[in-house]
Design a binder for this molecule. Structure first.
Ligand code: AMP
Length: 361
């Protein structure tokens, strides 16, 4: 029995944002159909998908019907309840696994998993009360960042703490929820690597890239990273080890800090396509989205090599108003997500600017 899903099969995607949209576009290019499940109507991925379900993730009857209608299920964001994925898995393959989702859903579990592989992270400690926050700050020192354990993204649910006097206020600011406290890293650069792992256990990685965040939101990604080759190789090795240890079938983005002595600390892992991989649509033979589709359908992985260097800039909030100027710019590849309402901090699209040839292999 072949484990490869033939074109014409249906990929179920939980979540309906731009990552699902670009996945559905890549799936369509390979002849697959996508069925998108999320509570939101009129969402970016639902404009592209062949079929959609609009229901809460907790609606188990709707989830079971979805599972029955798809050949494989995946997710495009980490905040899908693990119980939803487990219900699907009773009848239908889920890639990546429920375990991979659970590890990335909770910051303390994620950090413990990474440290358990012998990979360094910023110093951190669990926080569940004001007294444990005070104890955690003895581990991390100051400045530190308090991050909610779950449901944080794009810098949300995070508060910087500069001194002991700010601890209790920060605890109130994050809503007095389970959290972790992390030491604030004076990093030289932020790097991410996206690793794909296929059903046959083959691993392919994209070039390490430099990321610049503004207000906790990714602003630009530059491919390749300007880091020294040994640092870039170290980040690649870390992403590969994490993909193996997750027993991943799919993609994992590993966000890392490089500190001045050249050592690398893992900040976050996301077992799905990632904003810092959008440049691959225009600069690589096989984009992260196609690679994701290949992995979850059991196809062999494609070639992640880039044919161009690239800089990706997110169009956040009103940045999107320059769409017409960008569309007229030579070498600029414009991607818009079809979101009707422009809101501050909302990712409306991105632009990738290519330069050729690659500066290094
Ligand atoms: P996160 O949601 O954890 O990925 O954090 C969003 C961004 O905040 C990161 O990409 C960094 O730019 C910054 N940040 C998060 N944690 C730290 C840290 N421990 N030290 C320094 N900067 C951080």
């Amino acid at each position: 029995m072949t484990r490869v899903l033939a074109p014409g099969a249906t990929i179920g995607i939980l979540g309906s944002g731009q990552l699902g949209r670009m996945t559905a576009m890549a799936a369509a290019e390979l002849g697959y159909r996508c069925h998108v499940f999320s509570p939101e109507e009129n969402a970016p991925a639902k404009e592209i998908a062949a079929s959609c379900t609009t229901a809460p993730y907790s609606d188990i009857a709707a989830v079971r019907a979805f599972a029955g209608a798809v050949d494989v299920a995946t997710f495009e964001f980490e905040n899908v309840p693990a119980s939803t994925l487990s219900a699907i898995f009773e009848t239908t393959p889920v890639r990546p696994s429920v375990r991979a989702l659970q590890i990335s859903q909770e910051r303390a579990v994620e950090k413990a998993f990474v440290n358990g592989l012998g990979i360094a992270t910023p110093r951190w400690a669990k926080v569940s009360s004001p007294s444990s926050l005070v104890a955690a700050s003895a581990e991390t020192g100051f400045p530190a960042i308090l991050k909610t354990a779950r449901f944080g993204y794009d810098g949300k649910g995070q508060v910087r703490i500069d001194s002991p006097a700010d601890l209790i206020d920060a605890w109130h600011q994050i809503g007095e929820r389970e959290a972790i406290l992390e030491s604030l890293v004076e990093f030289e650069r932020e790097i991410s690597v996206i690793a794909a792992r296929g059903l046959d256990s083959e691993v392919a990685t994209y070039a390490a890239v430099d990321n610049v965040h503004r207000d906790g939101i990714l602003h630009t990604t530059t491919a390749p990273s300007a880091a020294a080759p040994d640092v870039a190789a170290a980040t690649d090795g870390i992403a590969r080890r994490i993909a193996e240890a997750l027993d991943l079938v799919g993609l994992v983005a590993v966000e890392m800090f490089v500190v001045p002595d050249g050592s690398v600390l893992v900040n976050e892992i996301a077992p799905r396509p990632h904003n810092s991989g959008h440049w691959t649509i225009d600069a690589c033979a096989v984009s992260q989205f196609e690679q994701f589709v290949r992995a979850v359908t059991g196809l062999p992985l494609g070639d992640p090599a880039r044919h161009s260097d690239a800089t990706m800039t997110n169009l956040i909030g009103r940045d999107v108003e320059s769409w017409e100027a960008i569309a007229g710019e030579k070498g600029a590849c414009l991607h818009l997500y079809g979101k009707a309402e422009t809101r501050a901090g909302r990712k409306m699209g991105h632009v990738t600017r290519l330069s050729r040839p690659p500066s290094s292999p």
